[in-house]
Design a protein around this ligand. Structure first.
Ligand SMILES: [Ca+2]
Ligand SMILES: [Ca+2]
Ligand SMILES: [Ca+2]
Length: 211
């Protein structure tokens, strides 16, 4: 009898797991303690750092877990540099990008860039002579401010992203994997200063695609 109950419970558990739908796609929460899926460029320093323990009842700070990604560097002409990660996923079920930004006293902005594959070859063809502009695929950008100390949760609808390279891809946000497309090919986060020269610093965490 005991075995029958056990089997029944296992069956119910399996059905529950199979029936569960994922409501988000986790790009990274850095809880591995590593940033090895991220590349960096420009004058940015990138490190995975231990979060300060959340004081009081800050739910967002609490949800950042133990680690986040710290980005810092000095700007030349407002620009510091950035980090990026290859994704190659079907992002069409989702409607927004969410991320937590841990502020600093430096001010500045983050420019977030998304690239969708339009010539269906799973490759981002870029021109190094034109600031790495994608030649066949769409590049979409949005900017968010870096506030002072504390965590800000940004939930950015894809409709808020602006096309950065008109005439190169098809100009439509279509990050699906139909016809061999690589879908959402990659994401980059760029640090920008609010003055021509100066230090910029921010923490990043809980980067997800969601509804
Ligand atoms: Ca984290
Ligand atoms: Ca392509
Ligand atoms: Ca497109």
């Amino acid at each position: 009898m005991k075995n029958i109950w056990l089997s029944l419970i296992c069956l119910l558990l399996a059905a529950g797991v199979a029936g569960a739908e994922f409501s988000f796609y986790l790009i990274d929460n850095f809880e591995s303690g590593r940033a090895d899926r991220w590349y960096k460029f420009g004058n940015v320093q990138m490190s995975v750092t231990q979060n300060p323990s959340a004081e009081g009842k800050d739910i967002i700070a609490d949800s950042c877990g133990e680690y986040s990604l710290k980005l810092k560097g000095g700007a030349t002409n407002w620009y510091v540099g950035g980090v990026g990660t290859d994704l190659q996923i079907d992002a069409s079920p989702f409607t927004r990008l969410q991320l937590d930004v841990c502020g600093s006293g430096t001010g500045g902005k983050l420019r977030i860039e998304l690239f969708d594959d339009d010539n269906n070859n799973k490759i981002l063809e870029q021109d190094p002579a034109q600031d790495w502009k994608p030649l066949k695929d769409d590049k979409w950008t949005v900017e968010v401010p870096i506030y002072g100390a504390g965590v800000t949760r940004y939930s950015i609808p894809f409709t808020a992203f602006k096309l950065d390279n008109p005439g190169c891809g098809d100009g439509i946000w279509n990050p699906d994997t139909k016809n061999g497309s690589g879908g959402l090919l990659k994401m980059q986060i760029i640090l920008l200063a609010d003055k021509q020269k100066g230090e910029v610093e921010a923490g990043i965490d809980n980067i997800i695609l969601t509804y």
